[in-house]
Design a protein around this ligand. Structure first.
Ligand SMILES: CC(C)(COP(=O)(O)OP(=O)(O)OC[C@H]1O[C@@H](n2cnc3c(N)ncnc32)[C@H](O)[C@@H]1OP(=O)(O)O)[C@@H](O)C(=O)NCCC(=O)NCCS
Length: 300
């Protein structure tokens, strides 16, 4: 099979999403998990496609897509959001070829750090990334709980959660929290969430001052969530989870780092159970992962 590689075009995004779904579900089934990844519209990919700092590549054979790679960049921080190869054509060098091309983009744009999140049980991707200078740094657990159980157990938090004002109003305080927690600003991530993607966008307050933020999806997924140094991470999570219950989901879910011990204690107290393990890999350590919940492996 002769493979060609080229930058993605707008019309590639929908078929690329099908490769992501097929490859993810195939991986899950090979590890005894149900094939539960549903196909959604490629909203973040389409949003990122219009940004010059993003890089999207496809691998193609005989006019059919075989692989998809997508990376975004914020300031000097580069993140590989997706790298997926069609199940029948894996282990033939396509993943490495796409990774080499997309990492060139990081170099050309002066990236000072590179990172990604992958499924912790995926030995092939983890090995591939280590060979390319990205090392496992932080375990991450996707947790899920039935909403009625959480509602029954949750106590009134010591921090308040109020709606975030429309973009660009919150630019400064969101940027300050991201710099303190992650080490870089990511304005367009917030603009994307605040443009109607998040069902709830929450400003977490202490005595009227913002000490954190959290987004909640219509399906009850919490994240990204960030809590300023000095503020109580467990209380901030409780405030966000109460906000999640307001969208009246069947379940509440979130991705919690191993280092976020206060937030893990709160989550387990509320009845959350582990659904899927992920791992954060990066070229260099970054961020305070005791105060940050990523949304999902692609958005971070
Ligand atoms: C991960 C994925 C993108 C890699 O693409 P691919 O085309 O299959 O990979 P390649 O053939 O280019 O490279 C495979 C490399 O994996 C690594 N690898 C595989 N199994 C490994 C193991 N048990 N231990 C360490 N490294 C391993 C090796 O470096 C191998 O290269 P080599 O065969 O030259 O030694 C693809 O397999 C895939 O889509 N998997 C399912 C979805 C997924 O996990 N995506 C990543 C999400 S971030």
């Amino acid at each position: 099979m002769h493979i060609t590689y080229r930058p993605a075009r707008g019309e590639d995004l929908a078929p690329a999403t099908r490769i992501v779904q097929d490859a993810y579900n195939d991986l899950r089934v090979r590890h005894g998990l149900p094939p539960s990844i549903a196909l959604g519209p490629p909203l973040f990919q389409t949003f990122s496609f219009a940004e010059p700092s993003s890089s999207l590549w496809v691998a193609e054979a005989d006019g059919a897509l075989q692989g998809f790679a997508f990376a975004w960049m914020r300031q000097r921080f580069w993140f590989l959001a997706q790298l997926f190869v069609q199940p029948g054509t894996q282990s033939k060098g396509i993943g490495q070829a796409m990774l080499s091309r997309i990492m060139r983009h990081a170099e050309e744009n002066g990236a000072e750090n590179r990172a990604l999140i992958t499924m912790a049980y995926n030995t092939a991707s983890t090995g591939l990334y280590i060979r390319n200078g990205l090392y496992p740094r932080e375990p991450l657990l996707r947790l899920v709980a039935p909403a009625p159980l959480v509602a029954e157990r949750i106590a009134t938090p010591r921090l308040e959660a109020v709606p975030i004002e429309p973009w660009p109003g919150p630019r400064e305080w969101l940027g300050r929290i991201d710099e303190a927690v992650l080490g870089f600003r990511r304005e367009s991530h917030h603009a994307f969430q605040l443009d109607g993607v998040a069902a709830r966008a929450l400003r977490i307050e202490q005595a009227g001052r913002p000490v954190g933020y959290a987004y909640v999806s219509g399906a009850g997924h919490v994240g990204p969530l960030a809590v300023s140094p000095g503020a109580e991470a467990g209380e901030a999570l409780k405030a966000a989870v109460r906000g999640a219950l307001e969208v009246q989901p069947k379940q509440v879910s979130m991705v919690v780092p191993g280092r976020a011990d206060r937030m893990l204690d709160v989550a387990f107290g509320l009845g959350f159970r582990i659904d899927e393990p992920f791992v954060l890999l990066s070229a260099r350590p970054f961020g305070d992962w005791s105060r940050y919940l990523p949304s999902n492996p692609g958005f971070m």
